[in-house]
Design a protein around this ligand. Structure first.
Ligand code: NAG
Ligand code: NAG
Ligand code: NAG
Ligand code: NAG
Length: 388
């Protein structure tokens, strides 16, 4: 349609911009029927442009309905220390301007125009969680349809606060919120709505997100609670964006090498204890593990204690314990080979005390003999009697 502008010269474009004034109910109809040289005459829209400071409604007790939607086009950064999510959004807004109105069939079939957005009233929608000023470039355009519906879309880099939980790092899943609300307009002057369903936003975002970076979009949900501050009630729409970290990088760089080192450390018990190099080997492994932890520490989140840090600490302490055990075994072997140690006095007496037969089963055989009525002297006698 944009390319069609030169062709349109010479056609009769009858653009009617109705300007309805509140109060008296007067209707100014500005109709331009002489566009044969210059395309759209700015004068036809001048009345609309002049009123851009005011909310475009005929009756001020009717709130303006603004439909919003967005596309998540990139997840740039997730900062666990500052609890910030940096993302890139394309925000779409739609609302009606009742002062703009023309009939396409009278105007060579033109049903929509682009206008510079600076000339129009724009709703002051912002994202509550955003921690950054809106750096949208000013020279954006908006589509205006013949019925007065305005489609405005802007790209926005959003640094929003998000409650990040890194306990399950790198298998974590985050749930961040984007709350769209008007900065100033309360419920009785602006209402927010949605034209698209949430699944459409999710699908669109999934198709658009090009960066195969660290994060993967899981889904988007929405709720529409009202926010009341004092006696004012603001309409708002909250979107929950669930994202999941792709763990491959961390599994390959953190979990696998660490696991290997621990396995090697455990298997090094197969080294014969008499050969002198088991302890140096373990010491080298421990040193290697320390260097590994130092080098990989910038891959770990810099705040909080994720489970993986506990795992690393556990691995390190296992390796230290195994080294200590090796030292102890080497010491025992050393003692055993150089001089057979004398048994300590306490061990000696302890062993003698508990293993002496008198204490163990004291009088049981004698009692049994008495119960049977057999005396030691009797037994050999009867025995000899049977034999003889
Ligand atoms: C154009 O405006 C004049 C008054 O300014 C009005 O009489 C006429 O009906 C209008 N034409 C159209 C097509 O609206
Ligand atoms: C504006 O709208 C309200 C509520 O719909 C209605 O009561 C009032 O009469 C309207 N005012 C005018 C001037 O149309
Ligand atoms: C907003 O969306 C609803 C459908 O959800 C639609 O009925 C309404 O006309 C839309 N309003 C604007 C201003 O786009
Ligand atoms: C995100 O958190 C909100 C409340 O904090 C919850 O209602 C919603 O279900 C959560 N979404 C996901 C995908 O976990």
């Amino acid at each position: 349609m944009e390319g069609g502008w030169p062709l349109m010269r010479g056609f009769l474009l009858c653009l009617t911009v109705s300007l309805l004034l509140q109060g008296g109910g007067d209707t100014f109809t500005i109709n331009r029927s002489g566009f044969d040289q210059d395309g759209v005459d700015p004068a036809a829209f001048q009345a609309v442009f002049d009123r851009k400071a005011f909310r475009p409604v005929i009756n001020y007790s009717i709130p303006t309905e603004v439909n919003i939607s967005f596309t998540l086009s990139a997840i740039l950064e997730v900062d666990a220390q500052l609890q910030l999510l940096t993302s890139f959004l394309w925000i779409d807004m739609m609302w009606d301007n009742p002062f703009i109105n023309w009939k396409p069939e009278e105007c060579v079939g033109i049903s929509k125009l682009t206008l510079s957005a600076e000339n129009l009233w724009l709703p002051d929608i912002f994202i509550v969680e955003s921690m950054d000023v809106d750096q949208t470039s000013p020279g954006l355009t908006a589509y205006v349809s013949s019925g007065g519906r305005i489609y405005y879309s802007k790209p926005m880099r959003v640094t929003s606060i998000c409650n990040l939980d890194i306990f399950y790092f790198p298998f974590d899943q985050q749930n961040c919120t984007f709350t769209f609300s008007s900065f100033l307009c309360t419920e009785d002057s602006m209402l927010l709505g949605m034209e698209k369903e949430v699944w459409e936003i999710t699908d669109m975002s999934r198709n658009v997100i090009q960066t195969q970076g660290e994060w993967e979009l899981l889904g988007i949900n929405k709720v529409t609670p009202k926010m009341s501050v004092g006696s004012k009630v603001y309409d708002q729409i909250m979107f929950y964006v669930a994202i999941r970290r792709r763990p491959t990088l961390y599994v390959i760089n953190l979990l696998v090498p660490s696991g290997f080192l621990v396995v090697i450390d455990a298997l090094s018990f197969y080294l014969p204890a008499e050969s002198e190099n088991r302890a140096p080997f373990k010491m080298t492994l421990l040193l290697g593990y320390d260097v590994f932890l130092l080098m990989m520490s910038d891959l770990l989140p810099s705040s909080g204690t994720p489970l993986i840090s506990v795992y690393f600490a556990l691995c390190l302490s296992l390796m230290v314990v195994s080294l200590l055990e090796t030292v102890f075994i080497t010491y025992l072997l050393h003692l055993a080979t150089t001089e057979p140690p004398p048994m300590p006095q306490w061990l000696h007496s302890l062993l003698l005390h508990y293993t002496s037969p008198r204490k163990c089963c004291p009088t049981a055989p004698q009692k049994e003999n008495k119960g049977l009525g057999l005396t030691p002297t009797h037994l050999p006698a009867s025995h000899s009697g049977v034999v003889t």
